[in-house]
Design a protein around this ligand. Structure first.
Ligand SMILES: [Zn+2]
Length: 367
């Protein structure tokens, strides 16, 4: 009963927190509610049932019961909280209301790689900076005992405080404002009531929509003290992304990205996920080019100055194969071993642009 009362408080608080001022003024009480919830220790699913339900499948079917599934590891889904509100003043993508993207699937940018204009690039820089700051806010919050739903709350509030919309929210009915992928979850984990435990690894994937463009990045974090094998996996995944970024320039084939990543991952004895790829991004959340992270892939085309896309390798401790939970979102390793991921949104710049940025940086430093 007590649990229920706290949860209702949270739900109301989330509703009240829909404006930046309200969020600022109610932050201390908001935090108190969260702390109360945490000090209570166990959240029984009984206590969660009124407002918190399991996500059963895409399209927002929810159930009080844990769905049946041949789980691949020790992680299980937990109930998820109610919808978080986005203030009416914030510019929203076309799926925000009914969960269905309309422009994106019908755009010719699904097959043609766009060269961004100076204005688009400028707006993407602003949006990506916000996304970076939002992810940093989430990262500061991560510790044992914090639920992934609380991380989602931080992401949601930080995004709308910056005037942005959290792109994942209601995208093809995704119920939360970011993805949180714990241990054997490869990607697209749904933030829920499960509290992070000492020794977990958790990826937080943030996308912000601001001034008509998206900025997408993610990182995997250690929760408390993590075993050596997981540390090796996370470090290797970070290096895979760094090595892939280092080859990005005009004239390089998209398929090269996968060669670089696969080489580094397999040297460490890890495998590369094949079902999820990097993607073009801009005014659309996901568009051409498709960028596989594995070797001998069939990606066509070469990089050109002005293109923007994500690189986001998912590296597995065991086998590369993935499976999908019955919620229709959560991709897990088929052997239940851990998976890590890092992501950046990139702009291919030409030499002239590179020099311009160098000059800008010089004036910025000397100012
Ligand atoms: Zn992405």
């Amino acid at each position: 009963m007590i649990y229920t009362a706290y949860l209702l408080l949270i739900a109301r608080n989330v509703f009240l927190c829909s404006s930046q001022d309200c969020f600022k003024t109610s932050w201390s009480s908001h935090k108190l509610v969260h702390q109360k919830l945490k000090s209570d220790g166990s959240l029984t699913s009984e206590g969660l049932q009124i407002d918190w339900l399991y996500c059963l499948k895409k399209g927002q079917t929810r159930t009080p019961q844990l769905p049946h599934f041949d789980w691949t590891g020790s992680l299980r889904p937990y109930p998820i909280s109610k919808w978080r509100v986005v203030p009416g003043t914030i510019q929203k993508p076309d799926w925000a209301i009914d969960g269905i993207p309309k422009i994106e699937p019908n755009s010719d940018l699904q097959s043609r790689v766009e060269i961004k204009t100076a204005s688009q690039i400028e707006r993407m820089r602003e949006t990506c900076r916000i996304a970076r700051e939002v992810l940093d806010a989430a990262a500061r919050f991560i510790r044992p005992g914090v639920s992934t739903d609380e991380i989602d709350d931080v992401v949601h509030e930080a995004t709308i405080a910056a005037g942005g919309y959290p792109s994942p929210l209601n995208y093809h009915f995704f119920p939360k404002s970011c993805c949180t992928s714990v241990n054997e979850v490869i990607c697209h984990g749904i933030p829920d009531a499960r509290k992070l435990e000492d020794g977990d690894i958790v990826n937080v994937d943030v996308t912000v929509y601001y001034k008509g463009v998206h900025g997408d990045l993610n990182e995997t974090y250690f929760v408390g003290s993590v075993d050596e094998e997981s540390q090796r996996l996370v470090r290797c995944t970070y290096e895979c992304l760094e090595k892939a970024i280092s080859i990005v320039k005009p004239g390089v084939r998209f398929r090269e990205v996968g060669e670089v990543i696969n080489r580094h991952a397999s040297l460490s004895g890890f495998s590369v996920v094949k079902s999820y790829c990097g993607h073009g991004i801009g005014e659309l959340f996901h568009c051409a080019p498709n960028i596989p992270h594995y070797s001998r892939n069939k990606a066509v085309g070469v990089m050109k100055a002005g293109q923007t896309f994500s690189i986001e390798p998912m590296i597995n401790s065991g086998i590369w194969r993935d499976r999908l939970w019955p919620d229709g979102w959560t991709a897990v390793t088929s052997d239940g071993k851990r998976s890590a991921q890092f992501e950046h949104t990139l702009l291919v710049s030409d030499y002239l642009l590179y020099l311009q940025n160098l000059v800008k940086l010089y004036f910025l430093i000397s100012a």
